[in-house]
Design a protein around this ligand. Structure first.
Ligand SMILES: C=CC1=C(C)c2cc3[nH]c(cc4nc(cc5[nH]c(cc1n2)c(C)c5CCC(=O)O)C(CCC(=O)O)=C4C)c(C)c3C=C
Ligand SMILES: [Fe+2]
Length: 538
């Protein structure tokens, strides 16, 4: 059937070979050196410019996206029926987006270069974008020794690719079991192999006609899902096949999904009750949710919904635990800060110290922003924070494993995919007027959920057994979406126009830092540990 959705198909009709161009701007070679990084950096500045102007990240992306998305996927509005996918005509693909990680120690610096070259990670004002690539080269070279040491301590590389591949295989099997016999899952990483561009090439080669884009981050952040979606929008916007022969939808965040919440609650309860745990009693340890942080400016200036979604997520898991008879105290803190700016607080290390001061005897750490084991669970939590807890006087320690291929979690992701596909089919078959009317009458759009607290939200929605609507981005949503009701809600889905730049303390610091770093680089071409210490602290 191809991209038959007349109603929500986006205008993506720019023909070009940019996928290859975008891929070529990355540093991808194992052992790439600064020179290569700089060469790649040079061409990537045009990528940065292009993507900065695109419509995927900006003001309050998650909320707008959730609202508009649910308008076309709210089961109370349209009902849903997995039987609508035409197995004969549709070739269904699921693109799992993830961060990627260095597989060997030689990969660490080029991986870090790709990360710091991302304008959604290092947000420079328009006038300073020319500094993005040199800054990325500088920061990656400077951070590499410390980062390499950390990767060495967990076996010499990130386990992310292996685990994400396992998740993709498990999800594919779950989809087949649910009747989507031809569904195929693809993995697209933002900063390392397999790059998103490679996944898209494979999707085209396989003739996929319906694609569900599923970032593997439960909570939306401009710096993670937003960045990957921005890149994807750029690729989609310049590819004829993707514009004319394939329709797509996005599940932007899914921290509210019942299976995800249940799986997290199960893992926490299991760790508290593990027979060989250090705990005297399962009801004693404080449940310590540790999320990857983002700079405060993401939330307060750019409207990143990450903090709000994180807090709601924790509230949902704790509520589920209570229903399961677990009433331990809990706390949420943020880890893994990088650089001199203020990050979301409280910081994990500060809270651990405070727990020690308050004579808290036991804690169970719960990694919450990511669904696979990775450097920050295996090194930062398991080694650094555990040691800090012991030094601070917290005697009993436990850590909840990441979800990886947890069957309850994978099955729920498969449900989310099925519901999204169905939402696509329904939206495609609705007339423009019907879709507009549905949006207007949607209970979600009346604001009952978005304006309420997590508690009210649960009340409105009923208990967790009731499947919440899958957030879904209308097909082809992007900067040039047409024929979609309420353009204000939809064109802004992932956030949108770049913020007008305003000079504040953070901005001045960034400029000052850039100048300082450039000077220091010139003075100290070895970029050694001293510089590293100044730039980064955790
Ligand atoms: C939801 C998860 C994540 C958010 C939000 C996030 C934001 C963010 N990260 C950096 C800088 C770095 N992140 C690094 C590794 C890394 N980050 C995440 C997840 C989130 N990042 C993961 C899962 C990983 C590990 C990947 C792996 O190899 O296992 C790194 C590299 C590692 C290191 O040197 O510490 C950096 C640097 C920023 C600046 C940021 C928000 C702006
Ligand atoms: Fe990170």
């Amino acid at each position: 059937m191809g991209a038959s959705s007349a109603i929500i198909r986006g205008d993506l009709g720019v023909v070009g070979t940019s996928t290859r161009r975008v891929a070529a701007t990355r540093v991808a070679g194992s052992g790439a050196r600064a020179g290569g990084a700089r060469r790649a950096a040079k061409s990537s500045s045009s990528e940065s410019k292009g993507s900065r102007g695109s419509s995927l990240v900006g003001t309050n992306p998650g909320r707008r996206l959730r609202v508009a998305a649910r308008a076309v996927s709210d089961p109370s509005m349209t009902g849903w029926d997995a039987g609508r996918i035409d197995e004969k005509e549709d070739v269904v693909g699921v693109l799992l987006l993830n961060l990627g990680g260095p597989e060997t120690l030689d990969d660490v610096q080029p991986f870090l270069y790709n990360l710091f070259a991302d304008p959604d990670i290092i947000r420079l004002p328009g006038a300073l974008q020319f500094l993005q690539s040199p800054l990325a080269a500088l920061l990656s070279n400077s951070r590499a020794p410390k980062s390499r040491e950390a990767y060495e301590s967990i076996g010499g590389g990130s386990p992310l690719r292996r685990i994400t591949d396992e998740q993709a295989n498990a999800l594919q099997s779950a989809l087949v079991a649910k009747g989507l016999k031809n569904a195929k899952c693809y993995v697209g990483m933002r900063y390392w192999k397999p790059f998103t561009e490679e996944a898209v090439e494979q999707i085209k080669a396989d003739g996929v006609t319906k694609l569900v884009v599923l970032p593997l981050y439960p909570q939306f952040s401009i710096s993670t899902s937003g960045s990957s979606l921005r890149l994807l929008e750029q690729i989609f916007g310049e590819d004829e096949y993707l514009a004319t022969r394939m329709s797509h939808t996005v599940i932007p965040s899914w921290y509210e999904r019942p299976g995800y919440v249940q799986a997290m609650a199960d893992l926490i309860k299991a760790e508290l009750n593990r027979p060989d745990s250090q705990f005297d009693s399962p009801d004693e340890p404080i449940v310590f949710f540790s999320a990857h942080g983002v700079p405060v400016s993401y939330v307060e200036t750019a409207g990143d919904p990450y903090k709000e979604e994180m807090e709601e997520c924790v509230a949902l898991i704790m509520a589920r635990l209570k229903e399961m008879g677990v009433a331990n105290e809990h706390v949420l803190a943020y880890q893994s800060r990088v650089g001199p700016v203020e990050w979301l607080k409280p910081y994990t290390d500060d809270v651990i110290r405070e727990l020690g001061e308050k004579k808290t005897k036991a804690m169970v750490a719960v990694p919450i922003s990511f669904v696979s084991e990775h450097i920050e669970t295996l090194e930062e939590i398991d080694m650094e924070y555990r040691e800090l807890a012991e030094e601070s006087g917290v005697e009993q320690w436990g850590r909840v494993p990441a979800l990886d291929t947890n069957p309850v979690f994978i099955d729920d992701l498969a449900d989310a995919v099925v519901e999204s596909l169905d939402g696509m089919s329904k939206a495609a078959s609705m007339s423009e007027g019907d879709l507009a009317a549905a949006v207007a009458t949607s209970s979600v759009l009346r604001g009952s959920l978005d304006e309420s607290s997590p508690t009210t939200k649960r009340k409105v929605r009923g208990d967790l057994a009731a499947t919440p609507p899958v957030p879904m981005m209308p097909t082809g949503t992007g900067s040039r979406v047409r024929n979609v009701p309420s353009t204000d809600d939809v064109t802004d889905l992932l956030g949108v126009k770049p913020e007008p730049w305003e000079w504040g303390p953070v901005e001045f610091s960034m400029v000052a830092l850039s100048i300082l770093l450039s000077t220091m680089l010139l003075m100290d071409s070895s970029g050694g540990a001293g510089l590293n210490d100044i730039i980064f602290h955790k």
